[in-house]
Write a protein of this length. Structure first.
Length: 139
């Protein structure tokens, strides 16, 4: 392994830094906020959702287009991206990618964006609403 260039950081350092700006939610609190009107946004790819299951009624926005769909000033925004005060609760498989995604939404001005501690796996383990799962990965 070569020496890292000046200023390089590990993904663990970047993740810890990004999480400092978030008030991350345990699954039960995320569920309560969703029922009160917050958006649950599942950013997992289709194959992962097929394998693990889904939250019924969650908004599906894959990670590669998230910022474009939630930028209140952007032309590609979703109807749900009604402004900067929308509470977006991002969900991934285990709660790592979702932290980076929620922090990215903060940079767009959506400062109420957050994610679920433990991701979908923790959501399902908590007995919260979930459907499907068990599909074999495509070869």
């Amino acid at each position: 392994m070569s020496r890292p260039p000046p200023g390089a950081r590990t993904i663990d350092q970047i993740l810890a830094d990004r999480r400092r700006s978030l008030h991350r939610l345990p699954p039960a609190e995320a569920y309560d906020r969703w029922r009160a009107g917050s958006l649950i946004v599942d950013i997992r790819p289709a194959a992962q959702r097929a394998r693990e299951g889904e939250v019924p009624g969650a908004l599906i926005v894959e990670r590669n287009v998230l910022e474009w769909r939630f930028d209140p000033a952007g032309e590609a925004r979703l109807p749900e991206a009604t402004g900067y005060d929308v509470e977006v609760i991002v969900l991934c498989s285990e709660g790592y990618t979702s932290s980076l995604a929620a922090a990215s939404l903060h940079e767009l001005g959506l400062t109420r964006a957050t994610d679920v501690v433990g991701g979908f796996r923790a959501w399902r383990e908590a007995g919260l609403p979930a459907t499907g799962g068990g599909a074999e990965p495509a070869s």
